[in-house]
Write a protein that binds this ligand. Structure first.
Ligand code: FAD
Length: 382
């Protein structure tokens, strides 16, 4: 492992790998990415792979829009098939009080070119004939949204970064962040020290702990979320969109000839517990069968738990930490980080090399907003 570098990135999930690649593409290749486990084994490994543009703030919509263009061209740009399926995201709405909010969000999304639209119960039935609509008064749909393979996509960024000269070290946990005066000076790992004037924290749910190594409060906390996958199951077509019951957070989409589904237990406190909660699995299956009765006949192949990396306003920390000079962060994506990886990588690279991203205002995500009391709440969180 090198003992000096222009930059060290802590964490080789989607954010660390996309940021390393974007920096290297722009000429900064003397980078070491340090991963305590293996590439794409953190939150990124556990994601449902969903990619959507239906957000409620300009920054999230623009990040999502740009990222979709990258996911669409990934095989040509990165030489890797990531199994992208653009079958749309369909939100089902059961609480009429949500309608003005969703209509306002649609108008904002459409202003930035997102082809999302309001759908009536009749249109919902055509898009997903499997769902019961007794309590659904409408919804929103975007045909460009979809899902893909998160592991393959992250490996694609990692391989492209390595080809440009970036070193990615696995099983290399960062145990300390070195500070000299008011500047960051490098990191200590289980395998030695690396001096570097720039350190980027991309440690997903572990970001609060990593920030503490430099005495910085980065308010990102882990929350357990579970996903399940059915055995191959032909009662519903594989052409269905990602379908989300917005009120409960229940979602499902076709996957490997079966269906992937999940639902957040919003009452569960923050923890690093990664076991599957069988009681919550039962609650989720019941909610699924109540919304789409065909699932009564499905068998569960497996389930897993991972961590959402949640901040107080469900938006990430992107930029300089406000701690020692040269310490930046891209973390805390609150459950919608995988999909935004490509655009965040580009924004981080331009922030570092040019002072600011060229055309997306990421200032709403500045880490200092919590101390300033100027939060940037995202409404569409699943
Ligand atoms: C069940 C579930 C479903 C989800 N579904 C979606 C979805 O459909 N769409 C979507 O966009 N997002 C989804 N997400 C969220 C998504 O997974 C995350 O937002 C995203 O993967 C975060 O990426 P990251 O690179 O910031 O973090 P991570 O992938 O967690 O990467 C951080 C890395 O840092 C490493 N690290 C931590 N501490 C250290 C240290 N001290 N030294 C070295 N390395 C360290 C970790 O090992 C890890 O590999 C889901 C998450 C879960 C759990």
């Amino acid at each position: 492992m090198k003992s000096t570098a222009e930059a060290v990135i802590i964490g080789a999930g989607i954010m660390g790998c996309a940021t390393a690649h974007a920096l290297a593409e722009r000429g900064m290749t003397d980078i070491v990415v340090l991963e305590r486990d293996q590439i794409a084994r953190g939150s990124t490994a556990d994601a449902a792979g969903g990619i959507r543009q239906q957000f409620s703030t300009e920054t999230n919509i623009r990040l999502a829009r740009e990222s979709v263009r990258v996911w669409e061209s990934f095989p040509e740009r990165f030489g890797r098939d990531i199994g992208l399926r653009q079958q749309g995201y369909l939100f089902l709405l059961t609480n009429p009080a949500e309608e003005p909010v969703f209509r306002r969000n649609l108008a904002l999304q459409q202003r930035f070119g997102v082809p999302s639209r309001w759908v009536t119960p009749e249109e919902i039935a055509a898009l997903n004939p499997g769902v019961l609509l007794d309590d659904v008064y409408g919804g929103t749909f975007c045909p460009e949204d979809g899902w893909c393979d998160t592991y393959g996509a992250t490996i694609g960024f990692a391989q492209a970064a390595r080809a440009l000269g970036v070193q990615i070290e696995e099983e290399a946990p960062v145990t300390d962040i070195l500070v000299s005066g008011d500047r960051v000076a490098g990191v200590r790992t289980g395998r030695g020290e690396i001096s570097a004037p720039l350190v980027i924290v991309a440690a997903g749910p572990w970001t609060r702990r990593v920030g503490a190594l430099a005495g910085v409060d980065l308010p990102v906390d882990p929350y357990r979320r579970m996903s399940f996958i059915t055995e191959p199951f032909a009662a519903l077509p594989q052409s269905l969109p990602m379908t989300i019951d917005f009120a409960s957070g229940l979602y499902f989409h076709p996957e490997s000839h079966g269906f992937l589904f999940g639902m957040a237990n919003r009452e569960e406190p923050s923890s690093f517990d990664k076991t599957v909660d069988e009681n919550w699995m039962v609650t989720t299956v019941e909610a699924l069968a109540a919304r789409a009765p065909a699932f009564e006949e499905a068998s569960i192949l497996r389930g897993w738990a991972g961590f959402y990396e949640i901040t107080p306003d469900d938006n990430p920390l992107v930029g300089w930490t406000g701690g020692p000079d040269g310490l930046a962060v891209a973390a805390g994506f609150s459950g919608h980080g995988f999909m935004q990886g490509p655009a965040i990588g580009r924004c981080m690279a331009e922030l570092i090399l040019e002072g600011a991203p060229r055309d997306i205002d990421i200032s709403p995500f500045r880490p200092s907003r919590f101390a300033e009391g100027d939060l940037a709440q995202e409404h569409n969180v699943i």
